[in-house]
Ligand binder design. Sequence first.
Ligand code: ADP
Length: 499
Amino acid sequence: MSRYILALDQGTTSSRAILFDHHGQPVASAQQEFRQILPRPGHVEHDPEDIWQSQLQTARQALARAQVEPQQVAAVGVTNQRETTVLWERDSGRPVAPAIVWQSRVSAPICEQLRRQGLEELFRRKTGLVLDPYFSGTKIKHLLDATPGLRERAARGEVLFGTVDTFLLWRLSGGRLHVTDPSNASRTLLFNIHTLEWDDELLRVLEVPRAMLPQVCPSSCVYGQCDPQWFGHPIPLAGCAGDQQAATFGQGCFSPGEAKNTYGTGCFMLMNTGTEPVASDHKLLTTVGWQLGDQTTYCLEGAVFVAGSVVQWLRDGLGLIESAAQVEQLARTVPDSGGVYLVPAFVGLGAPYWDPYARGLVIGLTRGTTAGHLARAALESIAFQSADLAEAMQRDSRIRLSSLKVDGGAAANDLLMQMQADLLGVPVRRPRVAETTSLGAAYLAGLAVGFWDSLDHLRRHWALDREFQPEMDPDTRKQRRARWHQAVKRCLGWESPES
Ligand code: ADP
């Protein structure tokens, strides 16, 4: 009797494996950090073998900790750091280069060149993305340009491309599967989100041979089996989605208008916009959420670059607190921010501003300003930035948000969650199961093998930890958000491209 689903969550700094039971409850987990390779400023790499080994070991550890035999596992679901690019040899399975991590700016010159050729709009229209080194396509081009003969080998089908999901599914299946799902494909700059196919025109522009690309399959479907050498028994490989989309699914945001925000180092907000892609007028990304059968669900996505990391700055940069959790206590020493606004544009600002030249700012200081006011302003900055994203999403989708589901490390902060509800004017809902990313991957895999039978069934798993109701009156909300926007305006364009 198969009683569990194994979720593999291959993240940027660690690999994790969580075993879920039929109620969607985690029963055992394991986690392993792995090496971050920083060859030059702004370049970030992983060794694909580190990714694989850490993922395999955590999967085995989770099974061992739960004392679960592989026969008891109904399926494996994979979720992953998105956009990170791996190239490997079809015959040997050996990577031909380090994985280029999503954070890496190594392909910035390629993006610049494409922009100069006036191609930004083409990519935007077909892929829903902006021309930024973040996404896989220009990373592939960079790798193929850098090694003589590699492009020719790729064209002959000897060298394969995959995002991390694809690489893991390849390895797990013993080299039998070269597949991905539309949520991962939609982050490559090569995938047309309207036709749901690799796009020949974009492949030509980026000089990427089609022969190296994986087959795109639904996010929930039996792709194949785990090779018995890994766990001693074959297990169906049945679910796949990029981490943010998996978290949206794990939060049960199955209907248009439902949205989640993850409060980690940065924030990622995704809103389900239904079965048609919504183009953004506010510089948000349009992306595939997931594909179930032949039905594709799209999302709008926005990111806040500095969220939880502003709290790390209070701790490590200013020494105001000793642990991230202490920020709440410090912020509660004052009833409000005393007119202080902190814009943490440490690395520029993302949507809806997209200004790489903005820099951080604290304004409204008086002789009476205390560390408590700064702590409060720092937490508010996370909520203000997220409110800006939510507003942009609502305008683009013309859907009104009725509540916001939250997760991530900083969602544990009750004061921050209350601020968020106040600034959005809708309830903020925090679930009991915090592992929403893994849960989403488990759901996708479990649906494919009949372990769970419907989205309605999964919806019933979602259990509330705490709901935060908006308490701020609408006039105050309006006035405070207007003040925040004044502060943002003052920090835009502070650095210039030349400086
Ligand atoms: P990531 O997955 O991006 O590494 P996590 O979801 O683990 O992030 O969250 C860690 C981030 O959340 C850190 O930036 C940390 O400063 C912040 N954080 C953790 N606990 C709290 C808290 N109680 N209040 C505010 N921020 C917090």
